[in-house]
Write a protein that binds this ligand. Structure first.
Ligand code: UD1
Length: 418
């Protein structure tokens, strides 16, 4: 098994170019099921989750080509509507094929994703919305078996769900009549999906707000234009935390600072300054790293996908920080690993109390999910000695060229085989 060896260092310096957003690419790739033409997407990150979804499309009969961050996807040859367990179990986001497959073919079977490291993560809101659009949904042998010609409907999401919103937007695209969606997720990834579909000819109103009106084409496929995926705000946030935890000056290139509002605000509260010029952000060291209070919430609030990295950063603050994780019930799996490095963190339900300023010592630690793993890398950067981070396949799901990017910033990080 592959692991990363990371030496503790004093500081980082240099520049890092941010990749395209994994979580924007996934729904966009699924949305090509709605296309009548071959779709060209650029700035697609070359990470495991993207390859998994592309191979799922291939499995359904699509022609695909993915090289140099450009994906060419032709779904005109689709001849299968079963998304098999073998692929879905590798990545929950495969559920994003449910809406577009059902909308285009009137039937499909998509394996249920099951639980995952960060909690139960049900898809009940995806399913009840499809039922409101006249779909018949049954669960058979671990699969969602969906059928029916979709009709527009008014749907109020009980909770804000990112992939749920994306799934139903794609379902509504080819449905018959108007779908009104209320309490829709406003994450930049959802917004880009809407923009790309609008560019492809879909009549969609309210883009960027929590209320959308989608006038379905009644089955007619869409004519996609070429597009470039937005920058990955979570990857950007992770590198900002790497600069911050080592209290260094680093520069991020090809980011969208507007998507990083909550993250930058927290860094400023901790005493860091940032310089923004177009799509570059330079992080400047803090005179004193202040403790922080964080409550995760939906966009534009503080992203749960940045919670673990800020917990690592809080270990270097001068005082006690509080992190309240509101979205996922089991997203503190990095805590026990950080404790092994000498961190002082107490958990009480969904609230973590982090006492900063204790010296961290290198250790062997285990990655448990994508973002938790990046917190371990951050802690290892400032721990005394050489740490080893195991199970890094979690990181490979979402971070493109991770070691090269960290090395370019001066980190001492090596990928090794056990
Ligand atoms: C997406 C992101 C993930 C991020 C999360 C929250 C992708 C591929 N993944 O995940 O990185 O951490 O948003 O920003 O974009 N819920 C239900 N029923 C449902 C759906 C969701 O109860 O049918 C609950 C979830 O358990 C969770 C909350 O709603 O508590 C938000 O989940 P959701 O926004 O759906 O997360 P994902 O779309 O899976």
């Amino acid at each position: 098994m592959t692991f990363l060896e990371i030496e503790g260092i004093d500081s980082l310096q240099g520049e890092v170019q941010i990749s395209g957003a994994k979580n924007a690419s996934l729904p966009l790739i699924a949305s090509t099921i709605l296309a009548k033409n071959e779709v060209k997407m650029s700035n697609v990150p070359n990470v495991a989750d993207i390859k998994t979804l592309i191979s799922l499309l291939e499995n359904l009969g699509a022609k695909t080509h993915f090289e140099n961050n450009i994906a060419l996807l032709d779904t005109s040859t689709l001849n299968q509507t079963i998304a098999k367990y073998d692929i879905v179990r590798k990545m929950r986001a495969s559920i994003l094929t449910l809406g577009p497959l059902l909308s285009r073919f009137g039937h499909c079977e998509v394996s249920l994703p099951g639980g995952c490291a960060i909690g139960q993560r049900p898809i009940d809101l995806h399913l009840s919305a499809l039922e409101k659009m006249s779909a018949n949904i049954e669960i058979k042998q671990g699969y969602v078996v969906a059928s029916g010609k979709l009709k527009g409907a008014e749907i109020l999401f009980d909770k804000i769900t990112v992939t749920g919103s994306e799934n139903i937007i794609m379902a509504a695209a080819l449905a018959k009549g108007k779908t009104k969606l209320l309490n829709v997720a406003k994450e930049p990834e959802v917004v880009q999906l809407c923009e790309v579909l609008a560019d492809a000819g879909l009549d969609i109103k309210g883009i960027g707000s929590d209320e959308l009106e989608i006038y379905g084409t009644g089955g007619e496929l869409l004519n996609f234009k070429e597009f470039s995926v937005i920058p990955d705000r979570i990857e950007a946030g992770t590198y900002l935390c790497a600069g911050a935890i080592t209290n260094s000056q680093i520069k991020l290139k090809k980011v969208n600072p507007e998507h990083l509002g909550a993250v930058l605000a927290k860094l400023h509260q901790m005493g860091f300054q940032t310089l923004i010029e177009n799509d570059n952000i330079t992080l400047l060291p803090a005179k004193k790293i202040e403790p922080i209070e964080i409550l995760t919430s939906e966009y534009p609030g503080f992203p749960t996908d940045m919670q673990a990295q800020f917990m690592a950063l809080a270990l270097k603050a001068n005082g006690t920080s509080i992190i309240d994780e509101r979205l996922f019930e089991n997203r503190f799996m990095h805590v026990s690993e950080l404790l092994r490095m000498g961190a002082d963190i107490k958990l009480n339900g969904h609230i973590a109390t982090i006492v900063g300023g204790k010296e961290l010592n290198a250790a062997d630690v285990m990655a448990t999910d994508l973002r938790a793993s990046s917190a371990l890398i951050l802690a290892a950067l400032v721990a005394k000695g050489t740490s080893r981070v195991h199970r890094i396949y979690h990181l490979d799901r979402g971070y493109e060229n991770l070691e090269d990017k960290f090395k370019a910033l001066g980190a001492k990080i090596t990928r090794l085989e056990e």
